[in-house]
Design a binder for this molecule. Structure first.
Ligand SMILES: [Zn+2]
Length: 109
């Protein structure tokens, strides 16, 4: 992979991680207001908090995948299929920069 492509993917990954971390910080800000609300309101928030927890779980998974991709960039193994060691199609990385498999091995997980 060309060095400038690698730099572009790295920037994209870092930006996405920053955005996700900001999103997580927002969740925790909202929860602090629960002690000034009525029981009904708290129940509503409780429900939405549960939905947020699922979302938060997904965000955490996404962040660890991004961290793994960034680690691969540092180690020089980014963009290489974990299964066959061949370069991953650039188009696939454009769609999802945390792709770790080529299109042939994508569905083998
Ligand atoms: Zn492969």
């Amino acid at each position: 992979m060309k060095k400038e492509d690698l730099i572009n993917f790295k920037k994209r990954l870092e930006k996405e991680r920053d955005d996700l971390e900001k999103m997580m910080a927002e969740f925790h800000k909202n929860v602090e207001f629960t002690d000034v609300l009525s029981e009904d309101e708290v129940a509503d928030i409780f429900e939405s908090t549960q939905a947020e927890e699922v979302l938060e779980e997904n965000i955490k998974k996404r962040i660890s995948k991004i961290n793994l991709a960034l680690k691969k960039i540092e180690e020089g193994s980014y963009g290489i299929c974990e299964k066959c060691g061949q370069p991953i199609e650039k188009e696939r990385l454009e769609v999802d920069p945390t792709s770790f498999f080529c299109s042939k091995h994508l569905n083998m997980l």
